[in-house]
Write a protein that binds this ligand. Structure first.
Ligand code: ATP
Ligand code: MG
Length: 189
């Protein structure tokens, strides 16, 4: 499951858990992006913080793990590179790339889209406010899943923190504490 995870929240974790359950996956590998190509570098928290929050959030689940492939690669993150690196690391695994409905809708604009289909099976999960649509996506390469709707976004968590509002129970406890420890998302720490 790829994402910016700035910060990781319970919407991500529920989506991953539900996709694993419905598809019978052995493991969910969370892959925090390096520099997301669609976002300005100054708008995104340091990759090491996002990586560590993802580790903290997934630590208690034996089938959740975290990959550094994107945070360790120079330059903007493209899913094509992510999948190529993972394929190389795990030549015998069947790979499913889990994304939200909003990200899946953009899939056709991704770099090297035609090469993506050979590297993984794509899974789009429902997200409140986004319509799950399969327009134009190859049927045998994409699965759309209904997961319990969690109206949580990283943007919302960042805004709440900036305004001094709590994010308890929107993100895992350890992530709340990590955000406080490093004064993340506070305009004027
Ligand atoms: P931001 O608000 O900064 O864009 P985000 O909450 O969308 O952050 P991302 O890291 O961009 O989080 O999300 C990674 C993936 O998880 C995306 O494909 C996104 O659609 C999906 N996702 C995020 N929040 C939810 C949610 N509440 N339910 C289901 N999927 C979600
Ligand atoms: Mg997003």
């Amino acid at each position: 499951m790829g994402g910016t995870f700035d910060p990781i929240h319970h919407g991500h974790l529920v989506a991953a858990s539900e996709a694993a359950h419905l598809l019978g996956l052995d493991e969910v590998l969370f892959v925090p992006t390096g520099q997301p190509y669609r976002k300005d570098a100054s708008e995104v928290t340091d990759a090491e913080h996002r990586y560590l929050m993802t580790v903290i959030a997934t630590a208690s689940n034996p089938s959740f793990t975290v990959s550094r492939v994107d945070v360790d690669r120079e330059g903007p993150t493209y899913t094509l590179d992510t999948l190529r690196d993972l394929r190389e690391e795990r030549p015998d695994d069947e790979i499913f790339f889990i994304t939200g409905a909003d990200a899946l809708a953009q899939i056709l604009s991704w770099k090297g889209v035609s090469q993506l289909w050979d590297l993984a099976h794509f899974v789009g999960v429902t997200r409140p406010g986004h319509v799950l649509t399969d327009a134009g996506l190859p049927e045998d390469k994409v699965t759309l899943l209904e997961v319990p709707a969690m109206a949580i976004s990283s943007t919302g968590c960042r805004e709440r923190t900036a305004q001094g509002e709590p994010v308890w129970y929107l993100v895992p406890d350890g992530v709340v504490q990590y955000i406080g420890k490093y004064d993340l998302y506070r305009k004027d720490p």
